[in-house]
Design a protein around this ligand. Structure first.
Ligand code: ADP
Length: 149
């Protein structure tokens, strides 16, 4: 018997969970795609956050539902407006890595008041997107912790 309390055991198992255990597949678009096509992609792929890449496939930006809504209430022609005009861009993107603790990624979501993080791998000239971590992934991990014996 370890003598550990229930909450100590919970903390121990929480600190063993990494981002890679609960990640989702990222939905990625090119930065020259129109806002109109980004909205269509968001519906078809059923995600709340799109990641934007440049010509060399490196992370360039993030698009949320509200970014697209904001652009839509303007007078612009959405088929002629490229997403790189309205996206949140590098270097202001909060990211995480597969091997990061899930609890640390969850803290980033709270601190920055955002819904998703791109999971990245460092490449020569930028960041390569390898996954997506959302509040839903955190909720899944939370439920799985409760189901542990
Ligand atoms: P919504 O805008 O639909 O409420 P979010 O809360 O995720 O969705 O996004 C809020 C703002 O933060 C948006 O402008 C979005 O572009 C930006 N954002 C979302 N995710 C990130 C991220 N990982 N890093 C930096 N900015 C982000």
């Amino acid at each position: 018997y370890t003598g550990k309390s229930g909450s100590q055991l919970l903390t121990d198992s929480l600190k063993k969970i990494v981002v890679g255990d609960y990640q989702s597949i990222p939905v990625v678009i090119m930065e020259d795609v129109s806002v109109y096509d980004a909205i269509v992609t968001m519906f078809l792929e059923d995600v709340g956050t799109l990641f934007v890449v440049d010509k060399s496939s490196h992370l360039a930006g993030v698009l949320s539902r509200k970014d697209l809504l904001r652009a839509s209430i303007g007078k612009q022609e959405l088929t002629a407006l490229p997403v790189n005009i309205i996206m949140t861009r590098m270097p202001n993107i909060t990211v995480c890595k597969k091997e990061d603790l899930l609890i640390d990624a969850a803290k980033k979501l709270i601190d920055k008041q955002i819904d998703a993080l791109p999971i990245v791998k460092e490449a020569e000239q930028g960041l390569e997107i390898v996954g997506r971590l959302t509040k839903t992934n955190i909720t899944r991990a939370f439920v799985a912790l409760a189901d542990e014996e």
